[in-house]
Design a binder for this molecule. Structure first.
Ligand code: 5CA
Length: 434
């Protein structure tokens, strides 16, 4: 992509209404624009990141044996009246009336709809276990939308729902998701602390929140440092139930519930940090299957309500959370796996024929190797180009200027470390294309 034609409206000044770093940087780097409180347009640079995160989340869901579907955003009120949540959800639910005066709603979550899908199609334990997920926009009319897309009203969520014959099998599904979450966040380069949580509006008796560590997090956590040290590699291959249980039993608690006098962790191993909730998983047994009559025949021929869990990841919130965890005073520092482009190619002198020919060549050859390159081909000063490239956070900057080029050299800068090296054009292409 050529920067001269990319729709990337950047801002020089910090927007006054943005309180946290990620919100400021997302506006300044031209990732999003607000249309109403808590509702945003995703611009090209933001959307590319959102899609990459979504894909990593999807791959780990698929790996855990879940199947992707796509349920609608608009739901009929009847399903929620059946479960009893239509009234209980209160003002957070956006209610809509269609032209036939039917009550509809913009889904804040999908337990009811997926339970309805299940009961109309699955009758026997032989079709279990089953995990269905989708990645779909949700609406919650938050009283105080804030921090940009981190607490929006419209937001993208991955929600998965598990169906099992009995509690024991249900807990196996829960643990599969628990591991899938650890893998997902590790792939994103984030340290995620699983914290035992209340089940709130979703209901149930077993729940974990996944909090990633960031100074601007909304909650304060106390946790055993062994969680950070935990070696994810031990979770590859088959899932070992004992390992998961050991990990789930390590101490992690929100500040409000942390009791310093009775804390089981030795002071030298106890960590205190701020966290951002990026995922939440629940095992709630038969809460919805009883009220909505979702039953299967067991091996003994008896009808039993199916055991369920639900598992959410805040996909759009993760964009903000990743920025909170990866930035400096000059802008965003994207981990390579989610970066909108891997390389920012900076042409320092567009009017210099040799520079422009070299950049054209590099751009073509890297593109041929399937490397995503953003080519700054604008006719403007170097200072502005460097500032914009630092702000956008692309992992590698390849800088081409007339002086170096005379000796066949270009400069490669690593955005995260600031390290610079001079190398030949060939070496640069080989390195970035590897
Ligand atoms: N049905 C369950 C799990 S599928 C559920 O809705 N869980 S939740 O309410 O905890 O939401 C799941 C995740 O969505 C949260 O962990 C959070 O990362 C994200 N999320 C929730 N509310 C918002 C919001 N207003 N803005 C952005 N992300 C949100």
């Amino acid at each position: 992509m050529r920067l001269s034609s990319l729709f990337m409206p950047t801002l020089k000044e910090n927007p006054a209404d943005a309180q946290v770093t990620s919100h400021r940087l997302m506006l300044r780097a031209g990732l999003i624009r607000q249309t109403s409180a808590g509702i945003y347009i995703w611009l090209p640079m933001g959307l590319r990141v959102l899609r990459k995160i979504e894909q990593i989340v999807r791959e780990e869901q698929d790996r855990a044996g879940a199947q992707e579907i796509l349920m609608p955003t608009i739901q009929p009120a009847e399903l929620w009246q059946e479960s009893g949540r239509y009234e209980a959800y209160g003002k957070e639910m956006l209610r809509i009336t269609d032209r036939h005066d039917r009550e509809m709603l913009y889904g804040p979550t999908n337990e009811e709809m997926v339970t309805d899908l299940f009961r109309s199609n699955i009758k026997s334990y032989k079709d279990l276990p089953l995990m269905l997920y989708h990645i779909q926009w949700k609406f919650r009319d938050e009283i105080r939308p804030r921090f940009g897309i981190m607490r929006g009203r419209e937001f993208l969520m991955k929600d998965n729902y598990s169906f099992d014959l009995n509690e024991e099998a249900g807990r196996i599904s829960y643990n599969k998701m628990y591991v899938a979450y650890l893998r997902t966040f590790a792939r994103l380069g984030l340290v995620a602390i699983p914290v035992r949580a209340d089940t709130g509006a979703i209901g149930g008796d077993l729940s974990h929140e996944f909090q990633i560590l960031a100074e601007t997090g909304e909650s304060t956590l106390y946790y055993d440092k062994a969680i950070e040290d935990f070696d994810l590699a031990s979770l590859t291959g088959d899932i070992d139930a004992d390992t998961i249980e050991k990990l789930q039993n390590l101490y992690a608690m929100e500040e409000e519930k942390h009791d310093a006098d009775n804390c089981p962790v030795a002071p030298e191993n106890l960590r205190r940090a701020k966290g951002i909730e990026v995922g939440h998983i629940f095992f709630f047994g038969t809460k919805y299957s009883e009220s909505m009559n979702a039953r299967v025949t067991g091996p003994d021929g008896n009808l039993v309500p199916v055991e369920m869990g639900s598992y959410g990841v805040g996909v759009s919130r993760l964009v903000g959370a990743l920025i909170e965890a990866n930035h400096d005073e000059n802008g965003i520092i994207w981990p390579e796996v989610v970066a909108p482009y891997k390389v920012g190619l900076i042409n320092l002198r567009i009017k210099d024929e040799a520079c422009t020919a070299a950049c054209g060549d590099i751009y073509q050859r890297l593109t041929d190797k399937s490397v995503d390159v953003l080519y700054d081909d604008r006719d403007m000063g170097a200072g502005g180009k460097f500032a914009d490239m630092d702000l956008s956070g692309l992992p590698w900057q390849l800088i081409v200027g007339p002086r170096g080029l005379k000796n066949g050299l270009v400069e490669l800068k690593n955005r995260a470390t600031g390290d610079r090296q001079e190398l030949t054009l060939e070496d640069a292409i080989n390195m970035l294309g590897a």
